[in-house]
Unconditional design. Structure first.
Lengths: 113, 113
């Protein structure tokens, strides 16, 4: 009974392809996030949605487009994948955007060849 | 520009002894701090947090200490257990809506049986 789930867990693809990562939370939370953990191991926020509305958009290439069809789902679509996009992507959720404790999914390891 | 620094990449302690994990921050606007624990191939899980109005917060074997003047916090684990072996991330945030978590690089703790 996973609280925050992501699919797929692993993704290997060629440069130039377009791919999506899906995230779902069953905690009833209002706010969801996407983080990127790069090769230097830093976890950096990319986007945050509250009740399907974008509230945080860090300096991320516009090849990355998040989509929230409802407040339980936040998907990440990446166009024209580049080698530098290889990383682990984590989805997270929190009760609301004032609440600091975030619950993370298991991560999606993306490898771009 | 690392606003949250975990300068020691790893720590090894004997089972039963104390583990002390350190974290420094540079942004004076940070007023809430969290520790997350991460096992391989899993997402980070929330461990303990502390608000800047406190200097200590305790939860079972885990205690977090905050020294605001030094912009330093530490996580104490007593007694350490082999199951505590994981990567520990320090995170910080400011107050208010849309505040985002800024993570350190993480410390790998190994607890030897």
């Amino acid at each position: 009974d996973t609280a925050v789930s992501q699919t797929p867990k692993y993704l290997v693809t060629q440069m130039g392809n377009d791919k999506s990562i899906k995230c779902e939370q069953n905690l009833g939370h209002d706010t969801m996030y996407w983080y990127k953990q790069d090769s230097k191991k830093f976890l950096k926020i990319m986007f945050s949605y509250n009740n399907k509305e974008l509230i945080i958009n860090e300096t991320v290439p516009n090849r990355f487009s998040p989509k929230s069809p409802d407040k339980a789902h936040l998907n990440l679509h990446i166009n024209s994948l580049e080698l530098g996009d290889s990383a682990v992507y984590f989805c997270a959720s929190s009760r609301d955007y004032f609440y600091n404790e975030q619950f993370f999914g298991p991560g999606t390891r993306l490898t771009v060849l | 520009d690392q606003q949250v620094k975990q300068n020691s990449p790893s720590l090894s302690v004997q089972e039963g002894r104390i583990s002390i994990l350190n974290c420094d921050y540079t942004n004076s606007m940070f007023d809430y701090f969290l520790w997350y624990k991460k096992y391989p191939a899993e997402g980070p899980t929330f461990l303990i947090s502390i608000s800047s109005i406190k200097d200590k917060n305790e939860d079972g074997r885990f205690t977090v200490f905050l020294n605001k003047s030094a912009k330093h916090l530490s996580l104490h684990i007593v007694p350490s257990q082999p199951g505590d072996s994981a990567v520990y991330f320090c995170a910080a945030t400011g107050t208010g809506a849309n505040s985002k978590l800024t993570f350190g690089k993480g410390i790998t703790l190994s607890v030897r049986p």
